[in-house]
Write a protein that binds this ligand. Structure first.
Ligand SMILES: Cc1ncc(COP(=O)(O)O)c(C=O)c1O
Length: 466
């Protein structure tokens, strides 16, 4: 009689998660009501007095730690790894420079972002140039400076050929792909579709070009992706396509760029479980991606072919929890439906991500009184200006300050000078010093862009109409 075959369970990395005591809400999550007085050991209240409210506070320590953890998670699992800092996520010069100091390249998607990276001293050869519109002049500069350009559509192939011909040099390019991973909606408006054959057509077109050579594949499958299997599928699909490209053309693929999209520790609206329980760690993302890549490149490795460099363009997961927004209560009211409301000096003009996150809100001091459902309104005279439609808070008084987190991703870029000035951003350095990294806006700077025809200048010769 044959011995029964042993089935081995897949090894899973053990993890420890801390338990918190406290009263649970109906979803089993503990309701926290801590207050927070400092960031990285620096008291916040004196900063508000010095720099005014509202105020953004950036933690250099958290930002550096985050990008180091990201890099370590991947570099321990894959031989050649690169991080491209997604400028659109946060292009404050201080943020970009810290990440460049940590070894990240710049990932830009426009002429403005390309110029910003160059002005910071990033060489063109360390810039990844994505995006659906790259005007010819900047494309020419980027080609001359050796940037890594990812083609979005056929017209761009043609534009690039013309620029390369003008420069009389054959240039290396990458293409952006889109495809269905089976886990996320495919962002099919960017790049060339794989399933329809458009991607292979583009590859053939580039392969036959006198001026272009294809060396890289790029894709970005979405954002705030909580299921690491989506990335495993993406890595496998890209590696298989790389093999197809190499077997059907003379192109040699040097890198696979998997884009961004790792979730940050923020609470997405509509998700009941807290981010601690939902958001995968960098190690979990890295394990899924490199595991799939190792599997998909096995025959390639066996044949002695080089493994591609793995590029990540992780944005929000690197910067989100490294920044806080501090805001003061300017008024309160009781709404007709009985809910309590507080009016704050910061609104959606500063916190664009308030439209889809339930940011964590903590008072700066211990507040007394019963917690009650509270609506947090911003200062704009606009109905949409709601920072939190419902958050449990004790009674708030005028002047009380609240700390809102995590706000580092997509706010300092998507904020608007609308009705209100944009406030200062200060950074707590690793040494615990405070540096202003963006001054508060003033009228003169905003008016500087405007030109008023002489005939419209006050006082009018005929005086003001009644
Ligand atoms: C091409 C590309 N790369 C990287 C990112 C950064 O994404 P995330 O902040 O979700 O990591 C984006 C964001 O939309 C993107 O479009």
């Amino acid at each position: 009689m044959n011995a029964p075959e042993k089935t081995l369970k897949a090894w899973a990395k053990p993890t420890l998660s801390s338990h918190r005591v406290g009263v649970m809400n109906k979803f089993g999550a503990v309701r926290q009501q801590f207050h927070q007085t400092e960031v990285d050991g620096v008291e916040i209240e004196p900063l508000l007095e010095q720099f005014g409210s509202p105020l953004f506070i950036l933690s250099e320590k958290t930002l550096r730690n985050n990008v180091r953890r990201l890099r370590r998670a991947f570099a321990t699992r894959w031989p050649k790894v690169r991080h491209g800092w997604s400028y659109k996520t946060n292009y404050l010069n201080a943020v970009c420079s810290i990440l460049h100091q940590e070894g990240s390249w710049a990932e830009v998607v426009s002429e403005f972002e390309y110029q910003k990276a160059r002005a910071l001293g990033v060489p063109g050869s360390r810039i990844i140039f994505n995006g659906p519109w790259k005007p010819t002049a900047i494309l020419e500069q980027a080609l001359q400076e050796g940037a890594q350009i990812h083609i979005d559509h056929l017209d761009e192939i043609y534009a690039l050929e013309q620029v390369a011909q003008k420069l009389n040099k054959k240039v290396a390019v990458g293409i952006r792909l889109n495809f269905d991973t089976g886990y996320t909606d495919s962002w099919s408006r960017f790049g060339f579709n794989l399933e329809s054959g458009a991607a292979m057509d583009a590859v053939q077109r580039i392969a036959s070009s006198q001026w272009l050579t294809l060396t890289g594949l790029h894709s970005h499958i979405g954002t705030f992706i909580l299921d690491v299997r989506a990335y495993a599928a993406q890595a496998r699909i890209m590696a298989e396509f790389m093999d197809k490209v190499e077997s059907s053309t003379a192109c040699r693929i040097e890198y696979l760029d998997i884009g961004g999209g790792f979730a940050s520790r923020n609470a997405l609206q509509g998700l009941y479980l807290p981010p601690d329980q939902l958001v995968p760690s960098f190690d979990q993302y890295a394990e899924a991606i490199t595991g799939a890549l190792l599997e998909a490149t096995r025959t390639r490795s066996a044949a002695g072919k080089p493994l591609p460099t793995l590029i990540m363009e992780t944005g929000r997961a690197v910067v989100d929890d490294a920044e806080f927004l501090i805001t003061r209560v300017v008024g309160g009211k009781r709404l007709p439906d009985g809910r309590r409301a507080a009016i704050l000096d910061a609104g959606v003009n500063l916190l664009f991500t308030g439209f889809w996150y339930n940011h964590e809100v903590k008072p700066l001091r211990q507040l007394d009184g019963t917690h009650e459902e509270t609506v947090l309104y911003g200062p704009l005279c606009m109905n949409i200006d709601v920072l939190r439609s419902s958050v449990m808070l004790p009674p708030l008084n005028v002047g009380d300050a609240l700390l809102i987190s995590s706000v580092g991703a997509y706010n300092n870029t998507q904020w608007m000078q609308f009705i209100q000035y944009r406030p200062a951003v200060v950074m707590i350095t690793q040494e615990g010093n405070v540096e202003v990294v963006r001054v508060a806006e003033q009228l003169a700077a905003i008016n500087d862009f405007e030109r008023l025809p002489d005939a419209l200048r006050l006082p009018f010769p005929q005086g003001l109409p009644e």
